[in-house]
Design a binder for this molecule. Structure first.
Ligand code: SF4
Length: 111
């Protein structure tokens, strides 16, 4: 177990035995993965912004995902897994808008 997703983290370093908020390890790991995919969305989103285009739907998705990782908000692992799958679809959609400007091909885990 390691989670340092909030300001209540143990000793200001990380909850390592069990979440101080009661969050189990599996949930913390899934939320970390969701944030990781959202970082990918953001990388493509920033590149898209450089082309004077903003994907508001992707931005809203990232904001909602961040909210889903707040302690005591979303503890249903199945909901988080669905959101991770959706995140890959959002990431791919933003990447497609970049077309040839996207950097390289990334694996499609959403299917
Ligand atoms: S979200 Fe819960 S498990 Fe994670 S750092 Fe905060 S108190 Fe610890």
């Amino acid at each position: 177990m390691f989670c340092f997703q909030c300001q209540e983290t143990s000793r200001n370093e990380g909850c390592t035995v069990k979440g101080g908020c009661g969050k189990p390890e599996e949930t913390a790991d899934l939320q970390d993965l969701l944030i990781y995919v959202c970082k990918g969305i953001s990388i493509y989103g920033e590149k898209l912004k450089g082309k004077a285009t903003i994907d508001k739907d992707a931005g809203r998705f990232v904001c909602e995902s961040l909210f889903n990782t707040i302690a005591n908000v979303a503890r249903d692992d199945d909901v988080i897994i669905d959101r991770i799958k959706q995140a890959f679809r959002v990431r791919n959609a933003v990447r497609e808008k970049l077309g040839a400007d996207a950097f390289g091909d990334l694996p499609d885990f959403a299917t």
